[in-house]
Every structure is written in C-alpha cells, then in structure tokens.
Write a protein that binds this ligand. Structure first.
Ligand SMILES: Cc1ncc(COP(=O)(O)O)c(C=O)c1O
Length: 506
C-alpha cells in the first residue's frame, strides 16, 4: 500500500513504549484456558484475582454486573454479553461463547470484524501519526482517503469532502452547510426517517419518539412529509409503487403549499433505503421527483447513505441502483466507510462548499488519522470488486429463504412483507395493532402477538445476533458483506426454526 510521505519518516527512531500492566501479572492471565480471551481484566477461573494488577480483574459475570451498575441507564442492549473478540462474523464473549453476528454493529463492520487489511493499516498508522487537528494542517491519510473516495462517489460533482466522527455529526455538518449555502433555515424530512440523536440530527429523526422524547425543544424549522411506504400512508402492503409515489408526492406538495414556502426551505433529507424506519427502499420515481422539486425551488437534496452506503445494498451507494443519474447536492456517509473506526463525512460540490466561511467547519477529532488510514484500506477492499459480488449471491440466498417463509402454508400467516436491497433486508410480521398488515391473512388463521420479538429471542438463544428495526414488528438482516454461504445457511436455518416455532405455538 502506498503511503504519501511515509518512507522518509519511517527511519526516525521510535520511542519505546512499556506496557502499563507488569509483564508478570499479564502472563498470569494471558496463559489461560481460553485462547480467545486474552484480555488481562478477565479472571479465567470464577474467582476475582487482585495481585498487583493496576486494573480490576473480574469474571465475565462480574463485569456484566459492573456494566449494569455503571453504564448509563439510557443505553439499551439486546443482551448483556461482554464481548472480548470479533473475527469475521464471529463474536466471542468473555465466558467463552461464540456468536454469529448478523448485526455488523448496525451496519458498520461491512468487511467483518477485524478485517486483517484494515486492522493492519490502522496498526501501521498508530506508529506514524495518531492525531493531527484538521485545522492545523493537512495530514496524509485524510488526503489519501479523499483520493480513494473520489472515484467511488455516485456523481462526479461530489468532489469536496469534510470528515467528522459519527453519522449524527455528519448530518449536523450537512444541516450547517445547507443553511450557510442557501441562507435558508427550514428542512424537510420523511416519516420513518432516522438521521441521528443530537439536537440537529435528532430534530430530523422521525422513526421513534424514544430518540428525542423529553429533550425538546429540538432544532426548529423541520417539516415531515410521508415516505412512500404503505405504513406511512395508511394503505395496504399490496398498494402499487405507482400509487405510493402518487400519494407521497401529494403530501409533499401540500406541505409546500400549506406549511412552508419552498423559498424558505434549505434542504430535503432522505435515506435511499430507510434504516431505522424498517428497511424500506425509496421508489425511483419519488427520488426523481425530489430532484425536480429541489431544482425548481433552489432546495438542496441531501442523501443520507450512513447505513446504506459501502456496498450494503450491493453497490457502493444505494442511489446508484435506484436512480443511477441522480445528483445529490450533499451525500452523507459513515458506518461502513472505515469498517468500525469512527469516521463519517459529507461530500458536496464546489459551488455549495465554496459558500462556507473559512473556519466554520472543524472539530478536534474530525478526520482522525488512524480512522482515515483504516478508511483507505477499507476502500481498497471494497474496490477489489469481491464485496459487491458476494452481496449479490448471498442476498439471493437470503431472499430465497425469506420468500419461502412468506409463501409456506405453515408460516405465511405470520409475514406481512419481505423487503430491502442487498444485505439490508427485513421481514415485517403481521400485527393485530396494525390493521394494514392483516391484508391477505389466510382464512381461519390468527396472528400471535409480538412475533418479531419472539423470533429475535429464539435466535439470540441460539447464539445468532439479529436486530429488530422500526416502530413496526420487523426483523432486519445486516450481516458483514463477507458472509459465507455456510454462515448464511446457518443463520437462515435458525431463523426458519424461530418462525416455525412461533407458528406452532401460536
Ligand atoms: C441513515 C442514518 N443516518 C444517520 C445515523 C446516525 O449515525 P450515528 O449513530 O453514527 O450518529 C444513522 C445511524 O444508525 C443512520 O442509520
């Protein structure tokens, strides 16, 4: 891998770093029965040991108890496992369990946990330069990451970049850019959208109240229109795409005629595949319509590919498959960009970014050197072509099983919808609380309660990590994009058993 500026600097003497934990004490814990758990903080027998360790040593159960006492109550978890290692799709717990991870850290470790090429690049970078505040100078990995991302952009106008750490921060950056560039304040978002949890990004989020409840007032000036998804429009799942688009366009039109003048709107934010809204791809006609509305009124179109980017749906960015010629004014990305290293960003064009005041953008850790180096290595893997090919075959394998469950006499009365793109796929279960999901319910069949939660519980008990999504009864599948045929098969066997068991028990 080429590294700008690196060869001359490599000859500089390195300062040796002594381990903080005394070697003798370390050895006592590393030479344990488990080769996976080499973390010195875990006692390998069931007794806590103290010795001269500078950090507390506890059993896995004690660490979990410690976590329950000290980790912020507002942070939820699907299980209280204490994870010590990840490799590919495998996660290892401190008490020796191996889990099959179909969550990928919510669509982050697209190349699998600790992908060797990415981890190696990060490790090398750690010994070159860890941090350089981006307002002090350029640093090499920052520039190299831009160099790697440029050819991956879904439109050639996107050649100006700003990096931040999280998806929410990148959304904050997009809000700021949109307001500065247009001189307008208001934003339009869609029902079911998830753009983050901070005061600006949280104001754009419309998937569940929990993310911002009790914390208002949030950023004002946000208008919400219906996403072209049957739940949001109160129609049945069999409603044609054409009709969904017509209804959603009508809602947007009403907003622009009754609630906010288009000349006061800075930007329209949309996820090409709604993530926390239930893994719902946007119909191409609706996205084209948004581009037209934006062009007509001088509004910026912001495409949030935080969850759908980096081959999650089979292409670098989902919009390439939905509307290949689409020109986003701002593209927002995060998650898969560096396979788990915290970095996010926005890309826009010269005209828009050129309107920013110098010094208005920045952040201490924005574009951290180690995260950028990991991002460069991740792009090298994405650009090899293998990841996209794997998503294509593995998603076919996944859909085959899900479609079979949706048509099988034993289980079809449980399933309302199978949808998504690539390895961003979901099953929505019927729910008596949502009348529209009961469309097509076979005669004489009743719908049990909480199907999704029960299916998830079954899978978790079989050591398959799966997530629900949205305010509706939905399970999503977002494994690493490197998932093998055998891993997909194993996961689908457990999932099928889970659905069949709910069908049997009723
Ligand atoms: C589409 C989308 N936008 C923004 C965010 C916020 O990203 P983060 O959690 O990194 O702040 C997420 C997170 O799930 C997301 O899915």
């Amino acid at each position: 891998m080429s590294r700008i500026l690196s060869s001359s600097l490599r000859t500089l003497p390195r300062v040796s770093s002594k381990p903080i934990i005394p070697t003798t004490a370390r050895k006592a814990f590393i030479s344990s029965s488990s080769s996976i758990n080499s973390n010195p903080a875990f006692a390998q027998d069931q007794q806590p040991q103290q010795d001269d360790m500078p950090i507390a040593v506890k059993t896995a159960a004690q660490w979990a108890e410690f976590g329950r006492h000290h980790v912020c109550h507002g942070l939820g978890r699907i299980r209280d496992h204490v994870i010590v290692k990840g490799e590919g799709l495998d996660l290892y717990t401190a008490d020796g369990k191996k889990l099959l991870d179909f969550t990928a850290g919510i669509g982050v470790t697209n190349l699998g946990h600790c992908h060797p090429h990415v981890s190696r690049a990060a490790a090398e970078q750690v010994n070159q330069l860890v941090h350089l505040q981006c307002s002090i100078s350029f640093h090499a990995p920052y520039l190299q990451l831009i160099d790697r991302l440029l050819p991956a952009m879904p439109h050639e106008s996107l050649d100006q970049f700003f990096f931040w750490n999280s998806g929410s921060e990148a959304i904050e950056a997009a809000i700021k850019v949109a307001r500065q560039a247009t001189g307008r304040q208001n934003m339009i978002v869609f029902s079911g959208a998830y753009h983050g949890r901070t005061m600006g990004s949280g104001a754009l989020t419309r998937s569940k109240p929990i993310y911002t409840q009790g914390t208002g007032p949030l950023m004002p000036g946000v208008f919400s229109s219906a996403f072209p998804y049957w739940h949001q429009l109160g129609v049945n799942p069999s409603t044609s795409e054409e009709e969904l688009v017509r209804l959603a366009q009508h809602q947007l039109d009403l907003i622009l005629r009754q609630q906010v003048n288009p000349k006061d709107v800075a930007a329209i934010f949309i996820e090409p595949v709604q993530g926390e809204g239930g893994y719902v791809p946007v119909p191409p006609a609706f996205l084209r319509h948004l581009r037209e509305v934006c062009d007509k009124h001088g509004i910026l179109l912001v495409i949030d590919e935080v969850q759908s980017g980096f081959f999650r749906t089979g292409s670098y960015f989902a919009i390439e498959q939905i509307v290949p010629e689409l020109r986003p004014d701002i593209l927002v990305f995060a998650k898969g960009v560096a396979n788990g290293f915290p970095i996010s960003g926005i890309a826009s064009n010269k005209e828009i970014m050129g309107k920013l005041d110098v010094g208005s953008m920045g952040g201490t850790y924005s574009g951290n050197a180690v995260a950028c180096a990991a991002g460069v290595a991740a792009q090298e893997v994405y650009q090899s072509g293998e990841i996209g090919r794997n998503v294509e075959v593995r998603s076919k394998q996944l859909y085959k099983v899900l479609n079979k469950l949706a048509s099988d006499e034993k289980t079809k009365h449980l399933i309302a919808d199978v949808r998504g793109m690539g390895l961003m796929t979901a099953v929505e279960f019927r729910n008596t609380a949502d009348e529209c999901t009961l469309e097509g319910l076979p005669e004489g069949k009743s719908v049990p309660k909480n199907i999704g939660k029960r299916v998830q519980e079954y899978c978790l008990n079989k050591d398959l990590m799966v997530l629900t999504t949205s305010a509706f009864d939905t399970i999503r599948f977002i494994p690493a994009l490197t998932v093998s045929e055998e891993e997909m098969d194993r996961a689908m066997t457990i999932f099928t058993e889970a659905v069949e068991s709910v069908a049997r028990e009723g």
